[in-house]
Each structure stands twice: as C-alpha cells, then as structure tokens.
Design a protein around this ligand. Sequence first.
Ligand SMILES: Nc1ncnc2c1ncn2[C@@H]1O[C@H](COP(=O)(O)OP(=O)(O)O)[C@@H](O)[C@H]1O
Ligand SMILES: [Mg+2]
Length: 229
Amino acid sequence: MTEPTLNLTKHMGIFGFTGSGKSMKAGWMFEQLRKQKRPFILFDTKVKNHVGLCQMKGVTLLQIAPGKTYNWKNALKASKYIVATPVKETKRSDLIAQYEKFAEVVFQTETARTLGIEEAHLWNPSGNVANEILENIIREGRAYNQNLICIDQRIQSFPKDLWSQCATSVICKMGIPQDIEYLTRLIPDFAEQNLALPQYGALIYDHTTGQITGTLHPDQIHRITKHYG
Ligand SMILES: Nc1ncnc2c1ncn2[C@@H]1O[C@H](COP(=O)(O)OP(=O)(O)O)[C@@H](O)[C@H]1O
Ligand SMILES: [Mg+2]
C-alpha cells in the first residue's frame, strides 16, 4: 500500500477525540520529518507519549522541570530535532508558559522548524481566541520556513484564526454528533465518509480545495519507533 503524501512543512491540524490515534499519527509524521532531515520541535504535554522518537539518531529529549530556567537559544543550537516533555512534577500552566517562550525564540530568531503542538487547546486562551505566538507563527512563519502541526481534540473549538491558515486537516474518525454535524456543514458527505472509516482511520481535508482528498488507513501508519500513547 502506498503511503499518502502529506506536506509536513505546511501548517496542519490533526483532530480527533482522545484515543482516536492523533498522537500515533503525529509521531509517524515526525519520524518522516526526521528522515527528510527537516528540523523540528515537538511540544508534548505528556511525560512519555512521544519519547520513543528519541530512538532516532540526533533526536534529543528536552525535559521541562518546574521552576527551571532554560537558555532556549542554546537549546535550539544544540539540536535540530527536539522532543520536549514535562516531568511528572511539571504543572500544565508552567509547561505551556515555558513552551511559549521557546516558540517565541524560534519565531524571533527566524529559525526554520516544524513545531508540533500537542493538545493545542492548552495553549489557546479559548476556542475563539488563539494563542498569540501560535498565531504569529501561523500567519508569518512561512517566510522563515516555519510551520505548525497542531493536534487538538475538538475541531469546533480550535480557533478559526489558526484553522483558516492550515493547508491540511487530518480528521480522525469522529464519534461526537456535534462535530459530525459541524463538519457536514462544510463537507456535505462527511458523515458517510466518516462512517466508512475504520477505527484509527482519518480523512485528509485540503483547505485550498475545500475537499476530502484522501484517507489515512491505520495500516499505513508504519511506526519505526515506539508510541507510548
Ligand atoms: N494506526 C493505528 N493502528 C493501530 N492502533 C492504533 C493506531 N492509532 C492508535 N492506535 C491505538 O490507540 C491508542 C491511542 O492512540 P493515540 O494516538 O495515543 O490517541 P490520541 O488520539 O489520544 O492521541 C494507541 O496507543 C494504540 O494502541
Ligand atoms: Mg494524544
């Protein structure tokens, strides 16, 4: 089976409820980015989830401990491929505050990177209001060869200012009626296409054409590193 081609250096959203296979797919994409030698930072919100990616050569783990001060510029220089994670004691709000500083440094130094944003809703003040730094990168980062891969649970409550800038959305099989209704307004045959998907499958939505351009079958997600989930 041929792997679908997804442009991983353009802005993307990956949506689906908990356990629908978002992180598994995101990890697979970051494996491909490493193969393509495309520098990245994957901002994780869980301790283990993506640590398996560090099995690949040159991918380093950056653990964010409570109350610690980091030199983000040095961190950027030290590694092209970073998986950032909290430690057990790190509070969510402190983690995101640190991540915001790191993302700000990436933006200000105009460093080419793909930034993976796990649980993007934790970054955004609300579903209507986008995180300022994410909005800056999604609007202006293209000029510096920066792109976002945002991973979020609810497509409806993902800020429109971010979603409208995405080139592609990977929409995991949906089970929440409100989400299905919402997407059916955008894509008339969404409900049937969604229903036909196997568990962990996803539809690829192309923002420029406003159409579903393909499906991602769970068997196509060949992971070479361990996903902890
Ligand atoms: N493509 C897949 N093939 C087989 N199992 C999968 C696939 N994607 C996800 N899973 C299973 O579902 C679990 C949860 O997936 P995960 O990607 O962590 O979900 P989430 O959407 O919450 O990020 C995984 O640990 C794995 O057991
Ligand atoms: Mg996840």
